[in-house]
Design a protein around this ligand. Sequence first.
Ligand SMILES: C[S@@+](CC[C@H](N)C(=O)[O-])C[C@H]1O[C@@H](n2cnc3c(N)ncnc32)[C@H](O)[C@@H]1O
Length: 274
Amino acid sequence: MKEHKFTWFREFLERKSGIVINQSKAYLVKSRLQKLVEKYGVVDLNALILKIKQQENSVLADEAIDLMTTNETLFFRDGYPFVALQEHVFPEINQNKGTSAPINIWSAASSRGQEAYSIAMTACEAMPNARQRVKIVGTDLSAESVAFAQKGAYSDIEVKRGVSMPRLNKFFRPVGSSWVVNDDLRAMVSFHEGNLVSDTLVTQMRRFGVFDVVFLRNVLIYFSIEERKRVIDRIARTMHKGGYLITGAADLPEGNTSKWERVDVQRQRIWRLC
Ligand SMILES: C[S@@+](CC[C@H](N)C(=O)[O-])C[C@H]1O[C@@H](n2cnc3c(N)ncnc32)[C@H](O)[C@@H]1O
């Protein structure tokens, strides 16, 4: 791949998705985009990048961006966010708004859906009326991941990464070689494409209401420091005052114009919007 083509692609990717690819990661672009070279029948990666440049708003461009996302995820990832929901966030909402008030939660880089379904399982275990009260919206830039999450069907290996046997029996049913999320849990969650770096994100998310809780985990790490701040400020504008932001362990919303109070759960931080 020619250097100027790589430079253009890096700039394009960051502008469209926020994802920053280090100068030393040409191999990553090569290996991930190779399948599009074959699919679109172009001679090589340089020709593919030229084609993307000529049609920045095309299916090809979206596919290239999708291939550059890292969709690694698992059920109940890192444990403490779900403990925080159960032990701190839900009791506080119940106390402040009453035990039948609706609860609106956003999984803001939902990947293949495990995070959103883990939130739904936690809610069902925490509150007997969760199925009526709790709505979870999952969004992701990757159309492929959103389509996967919508199906709610996971392999044996995927459910073994985080789902205990009692939860598997309670919330999933076996269908062929997959484990499918039960309909009542599925009905609590909806998935949509959504780009965290889009200027219209706040308006787009308004159609789902104002959020009490936002999960923004293991995605800011791919963005520049400036973009992280912009994303957190956008997200603050979609939330109720007193709502909770649950980030990855390394992501601090400090230095943003929105104000956050730190709350420690199992020695990890979650953030309350002031
Ligand atoms: C590593 S996964 C994290 C999934 C989940 N939040 C977790 O912690 O397990 C990162 C996800 O961020 C998504 N992503 C990357 N850039 C994005 C953007 N600009 N807007 C929305 N999602 C994005 C990727 O498609 C990917 O599914």
